[in-house]
Design a protein around this ligand. Structure first.
Ligand code: B12
Ligand code: SF4
Length: 529
């Protein structure tokens, strides 16, 4: 039972990392180690409101510590270390961020261990997964609260209510228990789209920060930045180039609502908000002068959506920061990339662009992908990006509900035919809190044994008309293997890319792991190199 009282010391936790190991003993993807921007924002808002904030990034602080569990390599601080730290900090409350659905089981285990040792410390969960499946998450007895959507302000109001200065009903987007029942403070608003256990609200009803320039800068002082800088780090689509790198955001939300994406859930339906360019410049200046940052990734949902904004920003960046590198790991709309934009990107040291093409078939584009990529513009855009010396990668998705083998093949063929430095084909993942998830639920399209708590991004989870899940996974892997050598050769021309150092795809995927040789033989069905 959580009683009103004194809740001033908050510990914010970033959970461990996890990489699924395929039956041939190869990791499904590389490890990553990205500074958690969401937690840095929450910390800044709490500090600004007089709270005492501590941060524990389990992933970054224990990056080299790997264990094999449930067919996956987990990396991060050990449970013993985590409990010792909690004992030392003695927080009044713990907040855990769950950005990735595939980590939810590990987060439940973490909550259980914490509760076994510290039963009186309340635990609140937030981030993408709890926002998409709040009721489900509240079913875990070790979780006391969930706050859905962007929580910069609501977490402060939540603590104010625990401290008796506000009533619970004044805390927006909160899920809690009362007499054993799960309740929430959202019911007063009519959602614009009502899903199965989730809602999309208009921005004005979403109770999230409206003027995002009013938010304080992320509280990076609380984080051990050298843990990120010394890791074998990867921020989306390739390694960072410079050691001292950090992340930022220049807009929140997106004016579109693609049916597989969680943006409307977190940021309101078409809840796009821009920062002023001067404020963005001020934050870059601060990162450079205070932390010596040499490279910055913009983590916006859709950085390029307002072309006039971006063009003005790029001009300012080129003028003010000629020695800093930039990139946008979230993917770039093809439609935004006209020649002037590409010229400005090159001038502003944007060294890499990831073009989000998603599907080759225009009918899939038209019906499912709200941003409506003009597929016929892609080859010419790529040609011009390469001419300007910008590393160019393309992003695709296969396995949309109803997608035929022919349509999938069209995407694969397009990926192979484009003159990009690298491309990634993802399998469509039905994330909780998205229309694609509900469609699969309603039409019985989840593969046998599907469990929302056991999400795996590289696995096929949707039944298709004429492709089995195994075939879909194999298609993706075969293309990757087939073009690996060719891509590697292309990478010779690109400075310091990790890909070019390897001769075999498995060798590449094993890079950065310290414990692969310890994986039990029974896990690997084929010969492991
Ligand atoms: C940067 C990023 C990454 C980074 C890593 C990020 C990190 N910190 O670890 C990299 C590039 C490595 C990455 C990789 C992948 N990513 Co990614 N990534 C993002 C991205 C673009 C930005 C995250 C971010 O910093 N946002 C900005 C901050 C301000 O928002 P936030 O973190 O959500 O925090 C706010 C709220 O969530 C909330 N909150 C957060 N924590 C907490 C905690 C508490 C207690 C509370 C109350 C509230 C709260 O308040 C915060 C402030 O408003 C998001 C999309 C997006 N724009 O959010 C996708 C996203 C998180 N990625 C996603 C996916 C699927 C992937 C990949 C699987 C892609 C792939 N197919 O390979 C991989 C998996 C990597 C892995 N785990 O191994 C999905 C996850 C969806 C899900 N439910 O699982 C997202 C949401 C994109 C999408 N819409 O599909 N990703
Ligand atoms: S354009 Fe991108 S960020 Fe916007 S809704 Fe579609 S997938 Fe999500």
């Amino acid at each position: 039972m959580i009683t009103k009282g004194s809740y001033n010391r908050i510990l914010l936790i970033n959970p461990p990392g996890k990489v699924y190991v395929l039956p041939d003993g190869t990791p499904a993807h590389r490890k990553h180690c990205t500074p958690p921007l969401g937690l840095a924002y929450l910390a800044a808002n709490l500090l600004q409101n007089g709270y005492e904030v501590y941060v524990m990034d389990i992933l970054a602080e224990g990056y080299k510590n790997e264990i094999f569990k449930n067919q996956s390599i987990m990396y991060g601080l050990s449970t013993e270390d985590i409990l010792v730290r909690i004992e030392k900090i003695k927080p009044d409350i713990i907040g855990i961020s769950v950005l990735f659905s595939f980590l939810i089981e590990e987060v439940y285990e973490l909550c259980k261990s914490i509760k076994e040792h510290f039963p009186d410390i309340p635990i609140v969960l937030g981030g993408q997964h709890p926002s998409g499946a709040p009721e489900d998450v509240m079913k875990c007895d070790h979780v006391d609260f969930v706050i859905v959507a962007e929580a910069d302000q609501s977490i402060v109001l939540f603590l104010e209510s625990l401290n008796g200065r506000l009533s619970r009903s004044e805390v927006p987007n909160l899920y809690y228990r009362e007499n054993g029942n799960i309740k929430n403070t959202r019911s007063g608003h009519a959602p614009i789209i009502k899903g199965n256990g989730w809602n999309y609200y208009n921005l004005s009803k979403a109770n999230i920060p409206y003027k995002i320039d009013n938010l304080p800068f992320p509280a990076w002082d609380l984080f051990r930045l050298h843990d990120y800088w010394n890791s074998d780090v990867r921020i989306g689509g390739g390694d960072v180039i410079r050691k001292k790198h950090l992340v930022m955001i220049t807009t929140r939300g997106c004016p579109y609502a693609c049916y597989f994406c969680t943006s409307p859930l977190m940021s309101g339906y078409r809840g796009y908000r821009m920062r002023k360019n001067e404020e963005v410049i001020r934050e870059i200046e601060w990162l450079v002068s205070k932390y010596g940052v040499e490279e910055i990734a913009f983590l916006d949902d859709n950085f390029f959506v307002s072309k006039p904004r971006v063009k003005k920003l790029l001009k300012l960046i080129a003028k003010e920061f000629p020695n800093v590198l930039f990139h946008v790991p979230g993917g770039t709309e093809v439609n935004a990339l006209d020649h002037e934009m590409i010229d400005l990107l090159a001038e502003a040291n944007f060294f890499k662009v990831l073009i989000a093409i998603e599907a080759a078939d225009q009918s899939v584009q038209n019906s499912l992908i709200d941003k409506k990529v003009k597929v016929d513009r892609v080859p010419e855009t790529i040609e011009y990006l390469k001419k300007k010396g910008i590393e160019t990668r393309a992003l695709f998705m296969i396995g949309f509900p109803g997608e035929t083998r022919q349509q999938i093949q069209k995407t694969v063929d397009l990926a192979k035919s484009l003159d990009v430095d690298d491309f990634y084909i993802s399998i469509v993942t039905p994330l909780p809190g998205t229309p694609v998830y509900d469609e699969c639920l309603q039409k019985g399209l989840f593969v046998d044994g599907f469990d929302v708590n056991k999400h795996r991004y590289s696995a096929a989870q949707i039944k298709l008309p004429d492709t089995t899940p195994e075939e879909l996974e194999q298609i993706r892997r075969d293309v990757w293997q087939e073009v690996f050598n060719e891509k590697r050769k292309k990478m010779q021309s690109i400075a310091r890319d990790r890909l070019r150092q390897f001769t075999d795809v498995r060798e590449y995927e094993r890079a950065g792991f310290t414990s692969l040789s310890n994986i039990p033989e029974s896990v690997s069905q084929k010969d492991r190199k």
